[in-house]
Design a binder for this molecule. Sequence first.
Ligand code: SAM
Ligand code: ZN
Length: 477
Amino acid sequence: MGEQNFPDNVIYELDNLPVLRGMNTETVDLIATDPPFNTKRNRSGSAGFYVDNWKWGDTGILPDQWKWNEVHPIWLEEIKDENKALYDVIQATRRCHGEDIAAFLCFLSVRLLEMHRVLKPTGSIYLHCDHTANAYIRMCMDAIFGAKNFRNEIVWRIGWISGFKTQKRGWIRNHDTILYYLKTQKAAKLFNKEYIPYPEGYVRRDGKPPTGKGIPMEDTWNCNAADVLDSIMIKSFSTEKTGSPDQKPLALYERIIRASSNPGDLVLDPFAGCATTPIAAHNHGRRWVGIDRRKDARFHVVCRMLGIKKEEAEAIRARPHLTNWIDKQLAKKDSHYRTTPPVRTDEGETAAPILEQIYPADNRSVFSHAEMHKLLVERFGLLCWGCDFDASLYGDRGARYLELDHINPRSAGGHNHLDNRALLCSPCNRDKSDRMTLIELRRKTMGGARNARKHRIDLREASMWCRDRLMQELRKT
Ligand SMILES: C[S@@+](CC[C@H](N)C(=O)[O-])C[C@H]1O[C@@H](n2cnc3c(N)ncnc32)[C@H](O)[C@@H]1O
Ligand SMILES: [Zn+2]
């Protein structure tokens, strides 16, 4: 097990990727999370059951949209190298469903790779999905966690449908699925079975009164009268409601936490929203970490821990010195918030490359061909990125011997920007042509994927530098 390098009971107001990457390997007992669903709508009312706007500060709220051309080529390359099954799932999705869902899978997969890494061997994950992508997400999960570690697909019946939804021609959609995977088979031992109390007047077939704990819980939840979970719609009238459009019922997450963790365990939710998982964990004596890029993530933790109602909370929010107030309340509950990611102390590698593309890839390159060539020579020297050939042997003419090429070829969707560029000697450039990626070329010239890491130019580092340089230039214009 890893050494925990972050505090207990902490909420990070950040993108979860750098936070997950900053967490030491094998430090988490349970992940229960509910990512955004690629609804292509703004978040407000995205649960679809009531129209509600997210009112408490909208900073950092982005619509659920992902574009294929913003997926980083090197990321896909590395996935292809290290998890071919995941790469194939993403490519197959791209072909059979479309680029948006494929891009969403990329967004999610980088994060799932890190979640897998931070889980202890005895840990497990519950991933909440709606109908838009669940079939594809399950295949990604199989690729990352292993199909043998799949345990259940839980069907959560969302509940009470009314209004125009009932008018729909066809079956009314009324469930989400929750995928339950183990990190390893060791995790199978940790399961605290749940029971539903017998309904009033229940008699056994033999006529005797029931003994025992109740009816063992199945994999369909909130589907029968005896299942005591309330629906999210019912919650909209209750004190539990925070105003967040995609809030899930506390009871749902409490059930998951009771079943698949023990008191004192660490529960993580990287898409914490208004902190349903942290609060559920807190209620059951578990330690917790929540992450959400919404700027008011910590506010929810505080209000829900203190049982402050939505209207009251909004009034408090309007008051000055809110930050101080929140800090004090968190301290009282021995909880924390952070706006910077933790720093790894186990010196291990991240599970996915540290790259993210944040500019539109279909733009024309901001640098000219000659400028890119010059920049790369100045920064990385006169080395061929394919075979490590040192062109400084040719003295001043060395630079002319190196040609500017694409890391991921144009024919495979590679773009023209600096972070998809490499310097190649002429023989390498000829070998690579317009079909091979740089990683494939490296494998061919040096033999074997493992060796590809020992090149004099580290592609991850080079690409990060190029991206920084590019962003610097973009900020100028
Ligand atoms: C479906 S909601 C989670 C709702 C939560 N289960 C609840 O009950 O409140 C998804 C959340 O993920 C957050 N989110 C989306 N992308 C994120 C990212 N890259 N890093 C951190 N949080 C993110 C959104 O801000 C949103 O709050
Ligand atoms: Zn070469």
